[in-house]
Design a protein around this ligand. Structure first.
Ligand SMILES: [Zn+2]
Length: 708
């Protein structure tokens, strides 16, 4: 009996329960029955010569309402499970697996409630107030007991130590070798699976009637609002405004749109995509500064301010109208079914940024699409550019510290959460925001930090990525504890990471984040890549953006990550700069399909991942993934996701195997299990040979026949 093949109810097995079983617990009757019978419950027949096992069918019927899925536990296909490649389990493997377990515990400390303390019942009381603690993290307290901090997270010192430890572990030679081998095996397993089962997958997918690639929802998880329209949509919008609203005053010095264009010597004939010069080209490769400049049409900051900003002389009306047009494509499913999670910026330069942004978001700007700037098909994320150097360099900011910037970012959020009646617009806007992002050039020079407090950081030097990320994370955690206690929506942390620069940025996001944008630098660090696989951390990758900025398509690791089973999806990043068609997301999928040789099953899996990674509400996810999606890949409803069960099963089984393998080897049981598996493989091989020979009355002579 091969214990490794026993799965509970179709989901990945619980490795701890598995270990317990290995250490002497008996298998249940049910376990035996499931492994020895066909899915109809019939016991395999034994005709006396050899045992013949009824093969489970590759597909299954949809169950009657209220019934469990049949075959979920026993559905089988020509499996390509590879438990352990070859050779013995060595002490080095044990060291590697112990390192993996330690890394995963470090993540759990920052993702779970292990290192966090919150007094939820106290936080529900009306007399809660906040202050910025000397460590740079907000403290919540009751006005009757100002001494007790009601929500604590690990300190910067703890995080520095944990971060250093993680960096040390993932760079360890034993861990790197082990992770590399496992990732290679995952790649091979996927290729084997496709070679054997590819036609079955395609057939199963075509049997799932009622939906197809175009009708299945894809969420663009990573897109910046200011670059959300394509260049073509943008130029059309500007032309329309110049023609119909030329006399509208658009700048703070009282100039009309016509005057702005006239003074710049631009007339209607200049309104072409080429003249706008927003499309990315060779000048932006490895040049984030040139890339940022592309956001300004004709290189005119004025035009960027008028059309692509929320705070300008018109209150950002043009930008709101433009956003509504972009929303409309998603709402109407023009071209295909899609939704988006767009980023708006909070810089932390001024205290009133949140108020201005919230006013823009909640205003009804009228026009063709009345109502506030929200959509059933969009959720907002707030991106915080890492612009401390610019903040500090502003005239008048000579005596400021990093703490001042943090307060500009977070104080309005705590005020609006504690006193919503005093800040109704921010309180309302926050309901439409699902997460925070951190953005900027990861390749820029950063200063090594230790555990300085933000109030001590007062030079123009750029603090380390991990240090900046910690303070965003820590304050957001405290904010979440308050909002959760009060029944309000909370925010996830989904920063840009691993786009360029030091691959160790991905170590800090491994601990602090639900998912990240880009992450292509994971192909430079196999240990982290394997950890991202084990914890299924979402990667929202934009190969077209990478192609123009940091990584040519041919060397983009998206295809490799996907085959290995990392939780990857496709996003557009900046359609204004990178895409040529009206539908940037479809263009991204289309290019990826050709570049990475993706099947339609692959495409659907990538689309499903986009919904899983998104911050859309649970009910929304149930609608697009199936009501049991929280239980795992095999519980998503393939009639909605269009990912056939055979693929979901393949992914779930491999993820389960990797988890069990790491647990077993770390627990010192790897050698014993490998020995037992060798015996089982030997018996299975003998049985296969017998089937071959017993199927022929007379075996003609052929070379090497004694080898079987
Ligand atoms: Zn981006």
């Amino acid at each position: 009996m091969n214990n490794a093949m026993l799965f509970s109810d179709g989901g990945p097995p619980d490795p701890i329960a598995y270990l317990r079983r290995l250490s002497g617990d008996e298998q249940s009757e049910e376990d035996y029955r499931r492994s020895d019978t066909g899915d109809d419950g019939s016991v395999g027949e034994d005709d006396g010569r050899h045992r013949h096992r009824v093969q489970d069918p590759p597909a299954r019927e949809r169950p009657a309402e209220g019934e469990a899925w049949p075959y979920r536990a026993t559905l089988s296909f020509t499996r390509s499970l590879i438990f352990y490649g070859a050779g013995a389990v060595t002490h080095e493997h044990e060291r590697a697996c112990n390192a993996i377990q330690e890394c995963r515990k470090l993540r759990q400390k920052y993702q779970g409630k292990v290192g966090t303390f919150r007094n939820s019942s106290a936080l529900q009381q009306p007399d809660i107030a906040f202050r910025f603690g000397s460590e740079g993290v907000v403290e919540l307290f009751s006005e009757t007991n100002v001494e007790t901090n009601l929500s604590k997270v690990p300190t910067i010192k703890e995080f520095r130590d944990d971060h250093y430890r993680l960096v040390e572990l993932v760079n360890n030679g034993a861990m790197r070798s082990f992770c590399f081998q496992r990732l290679q095996l995952l790649s091979s397993a996927f290729r084997t699976h496709i070679t054997i089962n590819g036609p079955v997958e395609a057939q199963e997918q075509s049997n799932l009637l009622g939906t197809d690639f175009y009708r299945t929802l894809k969420i663009d998880n990573h897109i910046h609002a200011a670059a959300a329209p394509t260049a073509k949509q943008f130029v059309t919008f500007v032309s329309d405004k110049l023609e119909n609203e030329g006399d509208t005053v658009v700048s703070s010095d009282g100039k009309t749109l016509k005057e702005i264009f006239g003074n710049a010597g631009i007339d209607r004939d200049h309104l072409t995509i080429d003249a706008f010069n927003v499309l990315a080209d060779y000048s932006v490769y490895q040049r984030f500064d040139n890339f940022n400049a592309k956001y300004s049409p004709f290189r005119m900051a004025d035009l960027r301010r008028i059309f692509l900003k929320t705070n300008n002389a018109m209150g950002g009306r043009y930008f709101a109208e433009l956003m509504k047009q972009v929303f409309n494509r998603h709402e109407e499913s023009k071209g295909h079914s899609s939704a988006a999670e767009m980023r708006l910026s909070i810089y932390g330069m001024e205290r009133n940024e949140w108020k201005d942004l919230a006013a823009w978001m909640t205003t009804d700007w009228g026009g063709a699409f009345p109502g506030p700037v929200v959509s059933s098909h969009n959720r907002w994320l707030i991106q915080i550019p890492r612009l401390w150097r610019i903040f500090r360099s502003k005239p008048g900011n000579e005596n400021t510290s990093f703490q001042d910037m943090l307060e500009n970012i977070f104080a309005p959020l705590f005020e609006a959460t504690l006193y919503p009646e005093e800040h109704p617009e921010i309180a309302e806007a926050l309901k439409h925001i699902v997460g925070f992002d951190s953005v900027d050039d990861e390749g820029s020079l950063e200063d090594p930090c230790s555990c300085e407090r933000p109030v001590e950081w007062n030079t123009t030097r750029t603090p380390a990525y991990w240090w900046q990320l910690y303070f965003l994370w820590a304050n957001m955690q405290v904010l979440n504890s308050l909002r959760e206690a009060r029944g309000l929506n909370t925010f996830s942390f989904r920063p840009h990471a691993g786009e360029t620069g030091d691959p160790m940025h991905l170590a800090s996001t491994y601990m602090l984040c639900e998912s990240i944008n880009h992450g292509i630098n994971l192909d430079m660090q196999v240990s982290l890549q394997y950890l991202y696989y084990l914890d299924q951390i979402g990667l929202s990758i934009s190969p077209l953006s990478n192609n123009f900025l940091f990584r040519k398509l041919a060397s983009n690791p998206f295809g490799k990550f996907f085959r290995r089973g990392l939780n990857v999806t496709l996003s557009t990043d900046d359609p204004l700069l990178f895409h040529m068609s009206d539908d940037a997301l479809l263009e991204e999928y289309s290019v990826a399909r050709a570049t990475f040789d993706l099947s339609m099953t692959d495409m659907m899996e990538i689309a499903r991942n986009s919904v899983l990674q998104s911050g859309f509400e649970e009910e929304f996810k149930e609608k697009y993934l199936g009501k049991d999606f929280r239980k795992g890949a095999t519980f998503c409803d393939e009639h909605i996701t269009h990912v056939p069960l055979i693929r979901a099963k393949f992914r779930a089984e491999h993820l389960a195997i990797e988890h069990m393998l790491c647990h077993l080897i770390a627990a010192g049981k790897g050698s014993a299990v490998l020995e037992e598996m060798k015996v089982q493989f030997g018996l299975a091989r003998d049985a296969h040979r017998n089937v071959l020979f017993e199927s022929l009355d007379e075996v003609p002579s052929f070379p090497e026949q004694n080898q079987l």
